[in-house]
Design a binder for this molecule. Structure first.
Ligand SMILES: [Zn+2]
Length: 341
């Protein structure tokens, strides 16, 4: 019985000596290790042997199987290397062929404005605080002083999800609540940039998605004068040392008092042009003192703490700066537009 096994090994190794290429090697593998090879047949028939011979025959059979497999692998490696060598010699690389040019990428106009805004606020000591795009109704409205059925909610056409109380944020303001909850009772000085979503008809002036950069400062003794000074300083850093600003009273549910800041039209120098609608001023951002209810919702005692908040639209700023007439260009993925920046 064992002589038969040794014969299988000897004949297999002898046959391998005559193998000259990878095709012959594949045939050898089928013949010596395949399902109908003498070795496979022997191992399959182990059960027919007398019980006393079975352990030894099984052990030796498996040893021989491993020996043949190892011999096969070693030979396969040498053919692989030889095949590669042959392929490299027959397919030579033509180094005279000119390379394919790589298209140069560039930053999106919104990213360019955002980076400018980040840099200015960073210089002024404001950290960037990232907040989520998908919000709870509570954070987007209720905690910002707009409880359910508050008429101010109608100002924002909202994308609701199929989960009750979960929506796409209509503004970056819910980030104020997150930031305050994260920092209270320590002072806060952050900007909150990000994408906002509104269920609006898409026109040249309105999009369903756009960026906002919100700002928030909370601490003891922050005043309206601090807000005006900070915003005027931002305007000078953004639009130049000599830019003039004006403040107009406005209303937002989450600030009290509230105001808009305009800058003198940098296209006409304040004389009046189609972009500023002949007013000489460009509306840039909304702002105000954080409403006491919002402060309380963020974890601050409004008797001790006060703060201001503001929000601006980088796309609007880019449109004014570059004379872009249609907001749809920003997300239209048209290279003729994007390659101009
Ligand atoms: Zn103008």
């Amino acid at each position: 019985m064992l002589e038969q096994l040794e014969m299988i090994l000897k004949e297999g190794l002898a046959a391998l000596e005559n193998v000259k290429d990878s095709a012959a090697l594949a045939a050898w593998k089928t013949a010596c290790l395949g399902r109908s090879s003498p070795l496979a047949t022997f191992l399959g028939d182990l059960g027919k042997l007398p019980a006393a011979e079975r352990p030894l025959a099984g052990k030796r059979g498996n040893e021989i199987k491993r020996a043949l497999e190892a011999a096969y692998s070693a030979r396969e490696e040498t053919y692989k290397a030889a095949d590669l060598e042959r392929a490299l010699q027959s397919h030579t690389l033509d180094v005279t062929l000119p390379g394919r040019p790589i298209r140069r990428g560039r930053l999106h106009p919104s990213s360019l404005v955002l980076r400018r805004i980040y840099a200015i606020w960073a210089d002024m000591g404001f950290q960037i605080y990232r907040s989520r795009n998908v919000e709870l109704d509570d954070f987007n409205f209720t905690l910002l002083n707009m409880p359910p059925h508050h008429p101010a909610r109608d100002m924002w056409d909202t994308f609701y999800t199929t989960d009750p109380g979960v929506l796409l944020r209509t503004q970056t303001s819910p980030g104020q609540i997150h930031a305050m909850k994260a920092y209270a009772p320590e002072p806060v000085r952050v900007i909150l940039p990000g994408m906002c979503f509104r269920y609006e008809q898409i026109t040249s002036r309105s999009e369903i998605q756009f960026h906002q950069v919100e700002g928030l400062a909370v601490g003891p003794g922050i005043t309206f004068a601090n807000l005006k000074g900070t915003l005027a300083d931002f305007a000078r850093r953004m639009w130049g040392e000599n830019v003039r600003v004006q403040f107009r009273a406005d209303h937002f549910p989450f600030t009290e008092p509230s105001m808009e800041m305009d800058i003198e039209c940098f296209l006409c120098g304040g004389k009046g042009c189609p972009v500023c609608k002949y007013s000489g001023w460009l509306e840039i951002l909304g702002s105000g003192m954080v409403h006491p209810t919002v402060l309380r919702n963020g974890g601050y005692d409004p008797k001790i703490f006060s703060g201001f908040a503001f929000g601006m639209g980088p796309e609007r700023i880019a449109m004014l700066r570059h004379g872009i007439e249609d907001i749809r260009y920003f997300w239209g993925n048209d290279l003729r537009f994007l390659e101009q920046f």
